[in-house]
Structures are given as structure tokens and as C-alpha cells.
Design a protein around this ligand. Structure first.
Ligand code: PRP
Ligand code: URA
Length: 214
């Protein structure tokens, strides 16, 4: 899968199939059923590239013929969706990595202050047992993702990647300032935020569009 590296810590995908599905998601006339399906499919496509840098180890495997050395993933992977919209990305990821654990963080952005409010924190106790993939389709001001990353750090996570669908430059800058060690993977880097904190061109409110609560 080709991708374009903006910097070591930001990977923006440049792939025709992802772009095609993103066009469906951005379209205001796409209903929640198709929106959810496309979001999950894009997450499944992105995960192949996101996992390229995961730690591995060598083990002995008995084939029917001989003992050979094989490469396997090291540690237990945990996927952490930010509710609600992050939930739309985990099925596509779990299809490729069914053995991954799923932790949940609930964050809601205050529509006036744009500050995130945390309402759920359900994470495995041994979060440092392997890599953690934080997933949320929208990186707007970056307030929610930054708060989520802080919660993951406080829970003991040490190796974290962030996967989003659409990122605004403001959100990337915020994460690079607050959590410079985290690599951000985005299907698209959009132009800007508008005056009420929505991504332009964006796709509107991801959670509402996913669940038909617009
Ligand atoms: C959306 C989105 C992110 C957040 C991004 O969630 O899914 O979590 O906004 O905005 P930020 O980068 O400015 O923090 P929202 O708070 O609307 O909750 P929802 O998923 O339940 O709709
Ligand atoms: N949250 C969304 O769901 N969409 C945006 O454009 C910004 C924040």
C-alpha cells in the first residue's frame, strides 16, 4: 500500500481505494448504513500499513518437515476506540486482527467550549502488555485525542499509535505538541477548522452520521 509520509510521526494515506470510500463518507447524502460500512472498510485497509511498525519476535515453528524460525507479533495488541465514532472503526480492524483486545474511552466534546468531557474509561489493567492503537475518525482541535492519549498514558500504555479518518492541521499540531512520540495515521489531511470547530471539507459530525442521530 502506498502512503505519503508528511513527517516521521504523521502518515497520510494516498491510496485510490481509500480515497474512493472516503468520497462516499464525505457525501452528505450517504445514509448511516453505508457510512458505517465504508468507515469500517477504510479502517480495515489502513490497519495493514499501521501495523507495519509493530514489534515482532522470532519463534521456532515445527512444520510437517522441519523446525524453522518464524516471525510473529510481540505482545498483546489493544485497540481503543473513542466513543462514539471510534466504534465505527473497530470491526474492520478486528476482522484482520481478531485476537486484539478492545478498551473503551468515552469522550464528548462540549459544543461551545470544544473541550472534551470524559464519561467512560474501560481499559485492560495491563495496557503495557503490547502496542495500543487509539482510533477516532475525527481529529479536529485535537482536544479529544490529546485527552485520550493522556488517559492511555496514565493507564500505563507505552507504545501508542493514533488512527483517524480525517485530520485537521490544528489537530495534528496539538498532538505533536502534547504527545510528540505518538505516530498519527490519517486517511486524509483536510484544510482547516471552521469557526465552530468542524473540519472543512470534513464530513460533518461523525458520530451522528454513523448512528443516524443527525
Ligand atoms: C467527535 C469525534 C472526536 C471529536 C473530535 O466526537 O469523534 O472524538 O469530536 O473533536 P476534537 O478533535 O475537537 O476534540 P464527539 O465529541 O462529537 O462525540 P460523538 O462521537 O459521541 O459524537
Ligand atoms: N467532530 C466531528 O464529528 N466532526 C468534525 O468535523 C469535528 C469534530
Amino acid at each position: 500500500m502506498t502512503h505519503q509520509t508528511e513527517s516521521d510521526r504523521v502518515v497520510v494515506f494516498d491510496h485510490p481505494l481509500i480515497a474512493h470510500k472516503l468520497a462516499t463518507i464525505r457525501n452528505k447524502d450517504t445514509g448511516h448504513r453505508i457510512f458505517r460500512a465504508a468507515l469500517s472498510q477504510i479502517a480495515g485497509l489502513m490497519i495493514y500499513e499501521v501495523t507495519r511498525s509493530l514489534p515482532t519476535q522470532t519463534i521456532d515453528v515445527h512444520t510437517p518437515m522441519v523446525i524453522t524460525q518464524c516471525t510473529v507479533l510481540k505482545g498483546t495488541i489493544t485497540i481503543v476506540p473513542v466513543l462514539r465514532a471510534g466504534l465505527g472503526m473497530i470491526d474492520g480492524i478486528l476482522e484482520v486482527m481478531p485476537e486484539a483486545r478492545v478498551g473503551h474511552l468515552g469522550l464528548a466534546r462540549d459544543e461551545k467550549t470544544l473541550e472534551p468531557h470524559a464519561y467512560l474509561n474501560k481499559l485492560p489493567v495491563d495496557l503495557d502488555a503490547g502496542p495500543v492503537l487509539l482510533v477516532d475518525p475525527m481529529l479536529a482541535t485535537g482536544g479529544s485525542a490529546s485527552a485520550a492519549l493522556t488517559m492511555l498514558r496514565q493507564a500505563g500504555a507505552s507504545d501508542i499509535r493514533m488512527i483517524c479518518l480525517v485530520a485537521a492541521p490544528e489537530g495534528i499540531a496539538r498532538l505533536q505538541a502534547d504527545h510528540p512520540e505518538v505516530t498519527i495515521y490519517a486517511a486524509a489531511l483536510d484544510e482547516k477548522l471552521n469557526e465552530i470547530g468542524y473540519i472543512i471539507p470534513g464530513l460533518g459530525d461523525a458520530g451522528d452520521r454513523m448512528y443516524g442521530t443527525v
